[in-house]
Write a protein that binds this ligand. Sequence first.
Ligand code: EPZ
Length: 437
Amino acid sequence: MSVQRGAAASAGAAGALFPMDKMIIRGGVPLRGSVALSGSKNACLPIMMASVLTDEPLVIRDVPRLRDVRTAMELLTGLGVAARWTGDHEVELNARHLHSHDAPYELVKTMRASFVALGPLLARCGRARVSTPGGCAIGARPVNLHIAGIRALGARIQLRNGYVEAHAATLTGARIWLDNPSVGATENIMMAAVRARGITVIENAAREPEVQDLARLLRAMGAQIEGAGTHVIEIEGVERLHGAEHSVIPDRIEAGSLMVAAVITGGDLVIKGAPLDQLDAVIAKLIETGAEITVANGDLRVARNRPLMPVELRTLPYPGFPTDLQAQMMALLTQAAGTSVITETIFENRFMHAQELLRMGADIVMKGPTAIVRGPAHLTGAPVMATDLRASMSLILAGLAADNTTEVSRVYHLDRGYEALDQKLRAVGAQIERAPE
Ligand code: EPZ
C-alpha cells in the first residue's frame, strides 16, 4: 500500500526522510460509489498519549495508518511504552515500564500534537520535559494556554533550552479559564487533572468531538470527568487509572473532505459511517452551495447536479465550521458562479493553498483573514506544491475538477492525516496515481 510504503521508508519522523512522493491527477471525472472513513487522526493522537497515565495496557481500535500515528508511536516508544500494532487498525500501548519523561525536539517539531504528552507525563511521573513545538506553516500556534493551565494545577514550569520543564510532586485541582477554547490545551489540562488532588474546572473549554472522545477514553480508564462537549469540563482527580479498550471516532474532517470531492466533481458519493451529528455546519454550507445531501441507512449521500452557488463562510471553534475544512472549501468555491467570502478566524496564516490555486487559474484575493473567491474559474492542471495537510487536500480537490493533469508534490503532508487517500479516491473513479518525485 503506497501510504505505508512511504512510512516504512522512514528512519525517523522528519519529513525529509520520507520519499518525496507526488500525486498525479487527471481531472474531470465525477466521483461515484461509496467510501469508508478512517478513524480520526486528531482524536487518536491525544488518546495515544493517554497511555502514559496508567501502567496497564490500552487497546485502541480504528487507529488510522498515518504518518502522525507512527510519529506518536515513536515518541511513546522512546518514553518506554511498549507500542505495537495488534491488528490492521488496532494498537496496544503499555506504559508499565515507562522510563523517560522527555519528549524530544526531533519529534515534537514534526508533530505538534506531541505537546499534549506534557499533561499525562507530569501526572504519571511528577515531572515532564517536553520540547516546545516551534514554528508552524499555518500560524504562530503558541502553547501559552497549555502552560498556564498546567501551572494553575500547581506545577513549577520553566522554559529552558527550548524545552518546557514541569515539576509537581502532586497536582492540585483548580479553576482554569481558557482565553480561547484551545483543543490541545483542553486535552493537555484534562490529562494532567485526571490524577490531580481535588476538582479541576476548565472553563471556556474546547467542545470538539475529539475532546469528547478523549474524555470517553479517560472515563473508561477510571477518570471522573463531566461536561466534555460543553464549555465547562469538570474533573475530579483519582489516584490511579487502569487499562481500557477504546474505538476511535470516525474522522469528520476526512468525511468533509470527501463530501467536497463529491460536490466539486458533480458526483454522487455515499460516505459510510460519517458522524452526521458532528457535520451540521459542513452539511449546511454544502447545501447552500447546491449540493444534495441525504441520509440513507445511517450513511451520508452527497451529490450535485446543478451549478455551484457562492457562499460566505467563517471558520469557528466547534460546532462552527471547522478550520480544517477551509482549504477544501476554497477549492470548491473557485467553481461557484459568483463571489464567495471566506474568513479564517482560528489560524492567522492558513491561506497558503490560495497561492497554488491561483496557479491553476483560480481568482482569489486575500485581505488579512478574508479571502474573496470569484468563480466559476476555469481550472487547468499545473504542478503545485502542498504546504500543509489540509492545503494538500485542497490541491487534490482542485486537481479533480481541473482540465488536464495536476501534479501535487510534497504529499508527505497528506500522509500525515489521510489514510490511503489515493486508493480511496481511485475506488470511486478518480484518476489519481502516486509517483516518486
Ligand atoms: C487542533 O490543533 C487540531 N490538531 C488542528 O488540526 C485543528 O486545526 C485545531 O485543533 C483547531 O480545530 C490536533 O488535534 C492534533 P487549538 P490545536 O489549540 O489543538 C491558539 C489538522 O489539519 N492558541 O485549538 O493546536 C492557536 O494559535 C490540524 O488536522 C493559543 O493562542 O489548536 C489557534 O489560533 C491543524 N495558545 C487557536 O488557539 C495556546 O496555548 C486554536 O488552536 C493554544 C492555542
